[in-house]
Design a protein around this ligand. Structure first.
Ligand code: DOR
Ligand code: ZN
Length: 345
């Protein structure tokens, strides 16, 4: 029987939502992951340290009794974010990062940043105190093709930002392109990237070929096959600049299966099985621990988790539910379109 034991992984990009949805999904992340960077795009967003502290309390209250899960909180950067509040949240340990959403880029990003110049004082303060910035790296200009928005963001926003504040530690969240991978590799210091489970598995055909499939729609949208292969190469390379951020983003089915469906794919429940499958396909099972459990904490200046988890290859496919029921409604689980035999535990 094939099995693999690794340090308990962390999820460096996770949407848990609030209320009934939070209650319904948080246990699935807590089962496999020790920590997660919690995205702040609630309605209204988590903009102050006070908001982050009270959101963290709601997450802790929603956890199953026996859970051992540490939510690492982020602030949603707006043009009104106060540098002193950010610095105080960092000093108290209440926040681990700040998230930049270009206004209008994705779900609940309307309060995000329209003019990056306006947030330079906050970013300069963050660079000074060593607080990382998590970036949704897509331009929002409707003139730019949606498949090019990440690449254009790198050239027109990220590179100028890096030049202006080179000391700022940046995570390019959910990179989806060869250009994203190349850009991270071309920077020596202070730039990392998360990669999602689903972008290692699907390309844009999954969304559009043979019928429109809303459960494969997320942002940044999956790209051509060559980009998927570049992401696989980066994730399985062991390069410490790349680490797991699932971007597990639950929406209830009625909000996905509609004329204008929400972006987001729910992978919290089956990510570790799927990653073992992918890393085995790439003949890189020995690099899974780096990607899922070591590189992320190293980037954030934290220790890896002490506990271990085991992944075991079974004779029969592991059965994940097609959907989970939450108090907010049903949420479809990411279907990789192949059987997986790696089980956690
Ligand atoms: O697919 C996505 N869903 N991408 C994002 O950037 C946001 C997320 C969400 O909150 O649903
Ligand atoms: Zn996200």
């Amino acid at each position: 029987m094939k099995s693999l034991t690794i340090r308990r992984p962390d999820d460096w990009h996770l949407h848990l939502r609030d209320g009934e949805m939070l209650q319904g999904v948080v246990g699935h992340s807590a089962r496999d992951f020790g920590r997660a960077i919690i995205m702040p795009n609630l309605v209204p967003p988590v903009v102050s340290v006070k908001d982050a502290v009270s959101y963290r309390e709601r997450i802790m209250a929603a956890l199953p009794k026996d859970a051992n899960f540490n939510p690492l909180m982020t602030l949603y950067l707006t043009e009104n974010t106060n540098p002193a509040d950010v610095a105080a949240g960092h000093a108290s340990g209440d926040i681990t990062a700040v998230k930049l959403y270009p206004a209008g880029a994705t779900t609940n990003s309307q309060s995000g940043v329209s003019n990056i110049e306006k947030v330079y004082p906050v970013l300069e303060k963050m660079a000074q105190i060593g607080l990382p910035l998590c970036v949704h790296g897509e331009v929002t200009d409707s003139q730019i093709d949606i498949f090019d928005r990440e690449a254009v963001f790198i050239d027109t926003v990220l590179e100028p930002l890096r030049k202006r504040i080179p000391e700022l530690r940046i995570v390019m969240e959910h990179v989806t392109t060869q250009q994203g991978v190349d850009y991270v590799r071309s920077n020596e210091m202070g730039l990392g990237a998360t990669i999602t489970t689903h972008h290692l598995i699907i390309n844009r055909n999954a969304i559009l070929a043979g019928g429109i499939r809303p459960h494969y729609y997320c942002l940044p949208v999956a790209k051509r096959e060559g980009h998927r292969l570049a992401l696989r190469q980066a994730a399985t390379s062991g390069d410490p600049r790349f680490f797991l951020g699932t971007d597990s983003a639950p929406h209830v089915d009625p909000l996905k299966e509609t004329a204008c469906g929400c972006a987001g794919i729910f992978t919290a429940i089956n990510t570790m099985s799927l990653l073992a499958h992918v890393f085995e396909e790439e003949d890189a099972l020995d690099k899974l621990e780096a990607f899922a459990s070591l590189n992320g904490p190293a980037f954030y200046g934290l220790e890896p988790n002490d506990e271990k988890i085991s992944l075991t290859m079974q004779d029969k496919p592991v059965n994940y539910p097609e959907k989970i029921e939450t108090g907010a409604g049903p949420v479809t689980v990411f279907d990789p379109m192949f059987d997986v035999y790696w089980a956690v535990g």
